[in-house]
Design a protein around this ligand. Structure first.
Ligand SMILES: C[S@@+](CC[C@H](N)C(=O)[O-])C[C@H]1O[C@@H](n2cnc3c(N)ncnc32)[C@H](O)[C@@H]1O
Length: 310
């Protein structure tokens, strides 16, 4: 059985300041590693709402966390709908929220979910398999321009144009149906001498398509504002990101909410009336220790940012 090792658990628990009667949200329940720590830190009466949109993650977490069922509510939903989720549970505010973004080891190690080029599997990449569009649809139906845009923006891939062209040309002979077909195609579109030495040549393209399939950046943008709204004064939001696009969104959103006022800089005084709602606790992102990275290499790109509701 694959085990997802949660990252920076000590740091998350320290920054969330869990208290015994608090209510917490883990917006990315996954295998339940962080949730178990939050439940322990908020024992005996603290409550956690654990959200995940992936059926497999929910099943794994239910088994893993069965001893906590009295204090844990599990919801299969998109964390971008956190306000509606809390409304449906008649919860008006919470003391802490964690988002540990991206895919889990369950996704990456699954042979049939299509997240990894290490296996030859159908192109899927949906974390929530109730959702309509999969990687297959994007790869086989989007125009060359749309594909180039996705691969450049979400993969920060300099060879985006060539890769998009190779995909659309190859499609003329029939659909691209598997991760192997796509990764071979991407590798052959990038000139050999420019192949990266530290990662697979298809890494950035796979990341880009996964982000597009799951609308990851828009979900994050929406969730941050709604999470801050839900926090009680003194409550904290902790977000762990795994690539620069996510981290940039967290950084910019936190700064905007901390500033409050949205008037142009050259206005002599504020006319928008918006007040600061957040104080940034981590002036710089917190990163895992070398010891943690040596035990769990997946942690190496993790960045944790924390804000406190005013
Ligand atoms: C990195 S894993 C979290 C691992 C978890 N912290 C643990 O300790 O096991 C991210 C999880 O978030 C879920 N996820 C990602 N985006 C989501 C979204 N918008 N809504 C709900 N769940 C999401 C994924 O399905 C995945 O299970």
């Amino acid at each position: 059985m694959i085990k997802h090792i949660p990252v920076m658990t000590d740091e998350v628990i320290k920054f969330l300041n869990c208290k015994p009667d608090g209510i917490y949200v883990d917006g990315t329940l996954g295998g339940g590693g962080h949730t178990a720590q939050i439940l322990d830190a908020s024992a005996p009466t603290g409550r956690v709402i654990g959200i995940d949109w992936d059926e497999d993650a929910i099943k794994a977490a239910r088994t893993e966390l069965k001893d906590y069922s009295q204090r844990l509510t599990i919801v299969r939903e998109n964390f971008a709908n956190i306000k509606e989720i809390m409304d449906s549970l008649t919860i008006k505010g919470v003391d802490g929220i964690l988002l540990d973004l991206g895919v889990s080891s369950y996704h990456l190690e699954s042979q049939e979910r299509g997240f990894s080029f290490r296996f030859d599997s159908p192109l899927d990449m949906r974390m929530d398999r109730r959702q309509g569009e999969s990687a297959y649809d994007i790869v086989n139906k989007y125009s060359c321009g749309q594909l180039e845009d996705i691969i450049r923006k979400f993969g920060e891939e300099r060879w985006a144009k060539k890769i998009a062209k190779a995909i659309t040309e190859r499609r003329r002979h029939g659909p691209i149906a598997t991760t192997k077909e796509l990764s071979d195609l991407v590798s052959s579109a990038i000139p050999k001498r420019f192949h990266p030495t530290d990662i697979h040549p298809a890494t950035k393209t796979f990341q880009a398509i996964r982000i597009a399939v799951n609308d990851e950046l828009n979900n994050l943008k929406k969730a941050i504002d709604d999470c801050v709204d839900l926090l009680f004064p003194g409550g904290r939001i902790a977000i762990i990101s795994f690539h620069s696009l996510e981290d940039r969104i967290v950084k910019i959103s936190f700064r905007r909410i901390e500033k409050g006022c949205t008037c142009p800089d050259d206005f002599p005084r504020c006319v928008c009336g918006k007040k600061p709602r957040l104080s940034i606790v981590t002036k710089k992102p917190v990163t895992p220790s070398l010891q943690e990275i040596s035990k769990n290499p997946r942690a190496r790109s993790a960045k944790l940012r924390v804000g406190e509701r005013l």
